[in-house]
Design a protein around this ligand. Structure first.
Ligand code: ZN
Length: 270
């Protein structure tokens, strides 16, 4: 499942290729699930629009659309990749992949295709998209600390709560908690300011590290057939149950919090 760094990487890769291009035509498949806005609305909004910018907001890819003459009302095309969604940029003669739900033809002659086998991804159009939570790479320490004040839920669940922070997923929550030395089950409100400061720093660091690693293989991802595995973060705890901690050699533990696997070192994390 693409998390924040993957979505950031994809958005950057997409931006390099489509900003400035104009949408000539839109084809949408017959499956209803991928379309959060109606097919008619999506097609009408995208048609003849110039893509003026592409960026990530939370785990969403936001494509800013301007009228071709720059005068029409601005709009945004929002892509959420869900579990298995991907965006391909290809030439029209490429064979249509199975599970293609949208094909957007550009004036440059290329196509942007949305492919999603499991159909948890969503396409929509909106005037102005706003993520419900704070942006993890930009949130200040003050605002970060305030997010968790009085919260009785485990810190792990609070990190995954998209209304608090937009786009933090399971892997990076575990990795950030390990780097901050904080156990995932701790109540959010019980964390000291020092601990939250460490977490604020480690969360940003782990996300930036992953974006940096992802950035080196953007082209492979966006241009090829959308297979995953385009970047490998060196996980220290995630998926390493029973393996020795890289710092102290204590076996990494796996517990379930709010239905999600959580990995931590019982010695390094308090
Ligand atoms: Zn350890």
């Amino acid at each position: 499942m693409p998390e924040l760094p993957e979505v950031e990487t994809i958005a950057r890769g997409l931006a390099k290729r489509v900003v400035g291009d104009v949408i000539e035509s839109v084809w949408l498949g017959s499956k209803p699930e991928p379309l959060k806005s109606s097919a008619t609305e999506i097609a009408a909004t995208l048609q003849s629009r110039k893509i003026s910018d592409v960026r990530r907001v939370g785990k969403h890819i936001v494509l800013d659309l301007a009228g071709e003459n720059g005068k029409a009302r601005s709009a945004q095309w929002i892509v959420h990749l869900g579990m298995t969604g991907s965006l391909q940029i290809c030439s029209p003669e490429w064979e249509l992949a199975k599970h293609t739900h949208a094909v957007v033809r550009l004036a440059s002659g290329r196509e942007v295709r949305f492919v999603d086998p499991r159909r948890f991804g969503r396409l929509s159009v909106i005037e102005k998209f706003e993520a419900p939570g704070a942006e993890p790479l930009q949130v200040s320490l003050e605002n970060f600390v305030a997010l968790f004040r009085g919260r009785k839920t485990p810190i792990k669940s609070a990190l995954l709560n998209q209304k608090l922070l937009s786009g933090v997923g399971n892997i990076y929550a575990d990795e950030a908690l390990f780097r901050a030395g904080i156990r995932p089950r701790r109540r959010a409100a019980s964390l000291s300011r020092d601990e939250l400061a460490r977490l604020h720093k480690s969360l940003k660091r782990v996300l930036k590290e992953a974006i940096k690693l992802g950035g080196s293989s953007i082209s492979d991802y966006v241009d090829a057939d959308g297979d995953e595995g385009f970047f490998q973060l060196k996980h220290r705890v995630y998926g390493r149950e029973g393996k020795p901690c890289l710092v102290c050699k204590t076996p990494i533990k796996r517990i379930v919090i709010g239905g999600r696997s959580s990995h931590y070192c019982p010695k390094c994390q308090r």
